[in-house]
Design a protein around this ligand. Structure first.
Ligand SMILES: [Mg+2]
Length: 111
């Protein structure tokens, strides 16, 4: 599945009765909440003696993807733009792959 096709299919369930500002707020809150659900699965695995529930983790990561798509939609951009800009940023930060040195000493304005 192509990234923008995912956005189109996922946004079939967006609440279009809210403003773009509220849509953006909802997406950022949702990203935080769903990330919390994902880390909860890892917490239970690491500290509660449970098997890592990979299926549940994959579902929560899907929820993260949904809210990321909503954020892109609220910003009026294709979801692919978030991915491509991230790849560009990482290529500039780590031209030869990950480097501890470059991770510690980032260029001015590299966020
Ligand atoms: Mg969830």
């Amino acid at each position: 599945m192509e990234i923008n096709e995912y956005q189109r299919l996922a946004m079939r369930t967006i609440n279009s009765d809210i403003s773009e500002k509220d849509m953006l707020l909802n997406s950022l809150m949702g990203l935080s909440g769903e990330s919390g659900e994902a880390i909860e699965i890892m917490k239970k695995h690491l500290f509660h003696g449970k098997e890592l529930d990979r299926d549940h983790l994959i579902k929560e990561l899907g929820d993260v993807a949904w809210y990321l798509a909503e954020a892109a939609t609220a910003l009026g951009i294709p979801l692919e733009e978030i991915f491509s800009r991230n790849v560009e940023k990482l290529a500039a930060r780590y031209p030869d792959g990950f480097s501890r040195e470059r991770a510690i000493n980032r260029a001015e304005g590299d966020i």
